[in-house]
Design a protein around this ligand. Sequence first.
Ligand code: C2E
Ligand code: MG
Ligand code: MG
Ligand code: MG
Length: 277
Amino acid sequence: RAKTDGRGVFRFFEKEMDARMQERRRMELDLREAPKRDQFELAYQPLLGLDSNRITGFEALLRWRHPERGLIPPAQFVPLAEETGLIVPIGEWVLREACREAASWPGEIDVAVNLSAVQFRSPDLLAMVQGACAAAGLPPQRLELEITESVLLADTAGTLGVLHALRALGIRVSLDDFGTGYSSLSYLRSFPFDKIKIDRSFIADMNSNPDAASIVRAILGLGRSLGIRTTVEGIETAAQLEYVREEGCDQVQGYLIGQPKPASSVAGLLREARIAA
Ligand code: C2E
Ligand code: MG
Ligand code: MG
Ligand code: MG
C-alpha cells in the first residue's frame, strides 16, 4: 500500500509539473503574439510634488489585455517576459508609447517609465531610449527611467557607464522599490541617481509597525543629506501623506493622489488639479 502511495504521489507531481509547464508555454506563446495583437496598454499614475502641491508627472504602468484572461497586471507576466527576453521588445513598445503620449501633455509634466534589468543590459539601450524621445518629439529632460537594485548587482562598470550616458542625454534615473532588494547604502554613493522611490511596503506597515515609520524617516533624511530627491509610493491615507510631508519627502504617489488610469484621463486630471490648486 505504502509503495503504491509513493508512486501515486510521484505521478501526481509529474502531472502537476506537466500542467504548469504547459501553462507556461501557453503564456509565453500568448505573450509573443500580444504586441502584434495590440493587447498591451499603459495606465498612468500621477506623481504629486510636495513643494508645489502640484502634479509633476505620471508613471506609465504596463497592462496586458488578454482576450480570455482579462486585464493582467505586470507582476503576472513581466517575470516571464524577462526570462524569455520578450521584455526587450515589450519594453521598447512601453517607452515609445509613453514618450508619444507624454509629448502631448503640458511641457512641465514628466513621464516615468520602468526599465527591467534585462533591458538595461541590452547593448541597444541608449540608442533605443534616444530614438524613442526623438520619434515622439519629447525632450529627454521630461523622461525619467525607473530601475531597481537588481540592475546594480551585476557588472558595475558597465552599469555606471550607461547611467552616466543616460544622464548626459538629460534623462533622469530613479532607484525604484528602494529598501526591498539588496539595498546597499553604498549604491547611493556609487551610482548617480536623481531620485529614490521608497517602496510602498514600508508605508503599508507604518500603522502597525513603528519601525517601518522610522525606516521611512531615515531614508528621507538620507536622501536629503545626499542631495537625492525622494518619492514615497503607496500613499493611501491623509495621515501617511502628513507624515512623509513633515519628514521632508519631495514627492508622493499612491491611491490617495490617484490610481493608475488610461491615457485619455490624464488631461482631465491635470485640469481638475489646476482648478483645485
Ligand atoms: P512599481 O514601478 O513600483 O509601480 C508601482 C506599483 O504600485 C503599481 O503596480 C501601482 O499600481 C501600485 N500602486 C501605486 N500606488 C498604490 C497604492 O496606494 N496602494 C497600492 N496597494 N498599490 C499602489 P502595478 O501597476 O501592478 O505594477 C507593479 C510593478 O510592475 C511595478 O512596480 C513595476 O516594477 C512593474 N512594471 C510596471 N510596468 C512596467 C513596465 O512597463 N516595464 C517593466 N519592466 N516593469 C513594469
Ligand atoms: Mg516604478
Ligand atoms: Mg516603485
Ligand atoms: Mg514598487
